[in-house]
Design a protein around this ligand. Sequence first.
Ligand SMILES: [Zn+2]
Length: 302
Amino acid sequence: MLPFKLIYDDRYDLNLGVHVFPSQKYRLVHDQLLKEGHAASEDFLAPAPASDEDILRVHSQEYLYKLKTGSLSHTEIMRLEIPYSKSLMDACWLATGGSILAGQRALLDGWAANVGGGFHHAYPDHGEGFCVIHDVAVAVRRLQFDGAIQKAMIVDTDVHHGNGTAAIFGADDGVFTFSIHQEHNYPYPKPPSNIDVDLPDGIGDDDYLAILERHLHRAFEEFSPDILFYVAGADPYCEDQLGGLALTMEGLKRRDAMVFDYARRNQVPVALTLAGGYARQVADTITIHMNTILGACKAARR
Ligand SMILES: [Zn+2]
């Protein structure tokens, strides 16, 4: 039914209870895609958890050990801003496996979506800002290890800067990192990406899209990737509780379409991940994420 596979597992839910991060959103996006008839159950693939070997392509042995043994310090857990649990670890390993599979399927089919992932604030030696394992970085490293790709581009439109991504790939000419985000917002500091677009507070659709277009143009002039990982945060939305930009749902659709159009015109396979989204109404976050997936379907069918 869909022109590409969606990667999903019920255990993506981080089970946070009442929290600004609605981690039940993965299930809600999955359910709504089915309920509204956009997708059928055969459109979904279940990921295997990432192997520790794959996680170690990005993260330190010491950090991995602390995660597996539950021996993070109080300070380290505070920095994560989500409580540590065994089910959180399972969710992180699965979401990372999901992004690896999305990368592999994108190379086969041209497109794929992980209905999860996009944990762009995770660093090699620590997690922060709801991000434990940098699933996209692990996926890039795994695809490179397999010889499936040499060069990757990561386009990150989450309202928060992709600090983990920039830190991991800062010295790597094979991975081009692009982050368009609100300047005066978490995280601090913001290590440099290949292209960082620091936006002023309160920017709306037309200004945002004009700026995005200019910088996407430059990115594809400077770099020819074998795959594009899209970190498609829903949090530039005007009703977001952790964002200070003013994009509408329509503007976010146009944002996605622009990224997909650049990928398509440059014949670059796209693996998308959902990343952040903290709208006052959880239903809005679900709609925005769903729109991103449907936008990719539209681009894939062109
Ligand atoms: Zn965010």
